[in-house]
Write a protein that binds this ligand. Structure first.
Ligand code: N2P
Length: 388
């Protein structure tokens, strides 16, 4: 029998078998599937099985992509960017090729307003219901209606120290009452310069904490405030060793003894140093006037080629156990309320990760920065960085 004939014959046989089954007496056959009352099948996802993700470094659990690919057959291309400015440039240029990006809240509103992001189809992300309404209310400050973004993770910008190295460098001077003094007050930086001070490398990561230290609005739009921050920073410039995009390694490996960085990464550094038993005992500090909270958010660029795949990934990420794996591996809390009871108790009880109510009350929430404000901050930062 020719192959084609065989296929036809087999099909006929199968049809006949189906027909027979339908005709069988109800009592003898399993209940027929309620075909007529079944909900209409969703329109087929016709996208090629590809998803291009652009996220921050060290920000995803080890098996998250592999498990997603195995389950869905969607191949994930994963690339990273180092700061919000880098992502912003890609989005503004257009045709980035990315289907998922992760902007910080302070950048998200101007991106939404500029039409750079796509509205989420919430019907395709049922696990949005797992998100904590209190956190989503905060995100609504930059995305009214929670239409475009939701958090991947959150943490805060703060100061961390290598305890032994800092104690040695400070000598008889005790640790300051205000942890920000360690990176902004020349009395301390002059001493700590010997073991290495590292700042994050981005205008919008350095100018807001400097403004906060000066008791000004960290997200002030006033160019005079930015100038004041620049004047203050100029006094410590010679003491700053690194503008770092590799803060985890720099702190864990002992290249720096003090960091102005993200609590999440600094806690990763602490865990990594402990694991390596290299004697670098790192402590993440909670400044008495608080740190600067940030949210990094999943979003789909307006010109994404695979928005459906993006939403399939988003829904997968919002499963309680998947969100919890991010927290458990990387010490970053998510906004997934349903994941909280899956977080390791030693992390859940660490107030430098899940900030306790007292410290939370002192933290500054993110506010959107306009293009003009970012440009002004960037000018001040560039001058600061290149002077010495
Ligand atoms: C990288 C985390 C990025 C946090 N590990 C700052 N948005």
């Amino acid at each position: 029998m020719k192959k084609q004939t065989l296929v036809v014959a087999l099909s006929a046989l199968m049809l006949a078998a189906c027909g027979k089954k339908e005709e069988a007496p109800a009592a003898a056959a399993p209940a027929p599937a309620p075909v007529a009352s079944a909900p209409a099948a969703p329109p087929a996802n016709t996208e090629e099985k590809v998803l291009n993700v652009y996220n921050w470094p060290d920000y995803i659990a080890a098996d998250m992509v592999a498990n997603f690919e195995k389950e869905t057959g969607i191949k994930v291309n994963y690339q990273t960017f180092e700061n919000n400015e880098g992502l912003q440039a890609k989005l503004v240029a257009g045709n980035s090729g990315f289907d998922i990006v992760v902007p910080g809240a302070v950048f998200a509103k101007s991106q939404i307003d500029a039409g750079l992001l796509m509205k989420l189809d919430k019907s395709k992300i049922p696990n949005l219901a797992n998100l904590d309404p209190t956190i989503m209310a905060k995100v609504a400050n930059v995305d009214p209606g929670n239409d475009y973004i939701f958090p991947w993770a959150w943490s805060y910008t703060t100061v961390a120290i290598n305890k032994a190295k800092v104690a040695k460098a400070l000598g008889s001077t005790p640790l300051p009452d205000n942890a920000w003094d360690l990176v902004f007050n020349p009395t301390y930086t002059a001493k700590l310069k010997s073991c290495g001070i590292a700042y994050l490398d981005s205008p919008t990561e350095v100018i807001p904490p400097a403004l906060h230290y000066l008791d000004k609005n960290p997200y002030s739009a006033d160019a005079a405030d930015h100038k004041a921050a620049g004047a203050m920073l100029a006094k410590v410039r010679k003491d700053i060793r690194l503008f770092s995009s590799t803060m985890i390694d720099d702190m864990a490996g002992g290249k720096a003894c003090v960091a102005l960085g993200w609590a999440g990464d600094l806690n990763i550094a602490k865990a990594r140093a402990a694991e390596n038993k290299n004697g670098n005992d790192i402590e993440v500090l909670l400044p008495k006037n608080g740190g600067l909270i940030f949210f990094d958010n999943l979003a789909i660029p307006k010109d994404a080629q695979h928005p459906n795949n993006a939403m399939i990934f988003m829904d997968y990420f919002l499963r309680p156990e998947v969100s919890a794996s991010l927290t458990n591996e990387l010490s970053y809390p998510t906004a997934n309320k349903a994941s909280v009871d899956k977080v390791k108790p030693e992390l859940a009880g660490d107030k430098t990760i899940f900030v306790d109510a007292d410290n939370m009350a002192k933290m500054v929430s993110p506010t959107s920065l306009s293009n003009e404000t970012r440009e002004s901050m960037s000018n001040v930062y560039t001058l600061f960085k290149k002077s010495k």
